[in-house]
Design a protein around this ligand. Structure first.
Ligand code: HEM
Ligand SMILES: N[C@@H](CC(=O)c1ccccc1NC=O)C(=O)O
Length: 281
């Protein structure tokens, strides 16, 4: 292959090369902050992987919360169509997080043990963005607020989400506004507790799934919710399997039983009727 005598100069093509006083790529993305936030506390080679894996997960969770809040607001306005794209994006974010486990799985128990002690009692259990997603999805549990008591702003924000409607509550209220007979006990429940499976809700979804054409937006909404829960379940499963692979049945740094606790979380059902009615169609 012949090579040009002089190397290619992008400036000749018009590429901007001077950034004094102009907003650059790094300025816009605040890369000085983002890229100076990886501060390992041990000499273990794999700690950088561990930090970046968590930081990128938190960034994706931030976007998921942004989308879930907007989707919830659209459903509350009886305008579910824009929420479909948002919920698709949330499912794709979880798909991304699910693939990311592959990177973390390259870390063996021996490599993790080199720095695990240094993590002290810190744990993903204390991820407030993760808890926000659980609350928005309807997995309400006031006990999960406690680890955030030392951060009043975070605690207040999470408490607000705990006591507010979940995405599913808004979907069920929309069903009621659209004329489906939803029990008052569903619509006026204590929002700080999880929704319990209910016959009137089952009857409404069955009617929708038996005649999708007649109820297309509600049918589409239901399928977006199922998709979200499907990917969320896979995240939980990937997490617990990675944890078993790396620390076995050791107690978690956060103080829980570890794998046994995480396995229990696999039983959580966010949108129970949307799963149970499938046997009746
Ligand atoms: C080697 C990697 C990992 C191990 C060994 C591990 C271990 C654990 C354990 C044992 C728990 C239970 C709480 C405790 O007692 O500590 C937990 C919870 C949690 N972890 Fe991880 N984890 C790992 C990676 C991750 C990653 C990459 C994330 C992504 C953000 C994450 C997020 C969470 C969350 C959100 C919880 C709370 C789950 C819930 O309450 O349902 N973990 N983890
Ligand atoms: N709970 C983990 C530690 C852990 O994974 C962790 C520690 C600090 C920050 C994030 C973490 N990730 C998920 O729990 C353990 O018991 O080894």
């Amino acid at each position: 292959m012949t090579r040009p005598a002089t190397p290619y100069d992008p400036a000749q093509d018009g590429a901007q090369m001077e950034f004094d006083g102009r907003m650059s790529y790094g300025d816009y993305l605040a890369l000085d902050k983002v890229l100076s936030a990886q501060n390992p506390i041990s000499n273990a080679h794999d700690e950088m992987l561990f930090i970046i894996q968590h930081q990128t997960s938190e960034l994706w969770m931030k976007l998921a919360i942004h989308e879930l809040l907007a989707a919830k607001a659209k459903i509350a306005e009886s305008d579910p169509s824009p929420a479909f794209k948002m919920l698709t994006r949330v499912a794709r974010i979880f798909e991304q997080l699910n693939s990311a486990w592959q990177v973390l799985r390259t870390m063996t128990p021996s490599e993790y043990e080199e720095f695990r002690d240094q993590l002290g009692q810190s744990s993903g259990f204390q991820s407030y963005q993760y808890r926000a997603i659980e609350y928005l999805a309807g997995n309400k549990n006031a006990a999960m607020l406690r680890p955030h008591a030392h951060l009043p702003q975070v605690h207040g924000w999470l408490e607000g989400l705990l006591k507010d409607t979940s995405l599913y509550d808004e979907a069920l209220r929309l069903l009621a506004r659209e004329g489906f007979a939803i029990d008052a006990s569903v619509l006026e429940r204590d929002l700080s507790l999880p929704h319990q499976e209910n016959q009137s809700v089952r009857a409404a979804w069955i009617e929708i799934y038996r005649d999708p054409r007649r109820h297309w937006p509600l049918y589409e909404l239901a399928e977006k919710l199922v998709d979200f829960e499907d990917y969320f379940r896979r995240w939980r499963f990937n997490h617990v399997t990675t944890v078993e692979r790396v620390i076995g049945f050791k107690r978690g740094t956060g103080g829980t039983s570890g794998v046994a606790y995480l396995r229990r979380m696999l039983d959580v059902v966010l949108f129970p009727e949307l799963w149970s009615i499938r046997a009746d169609l």
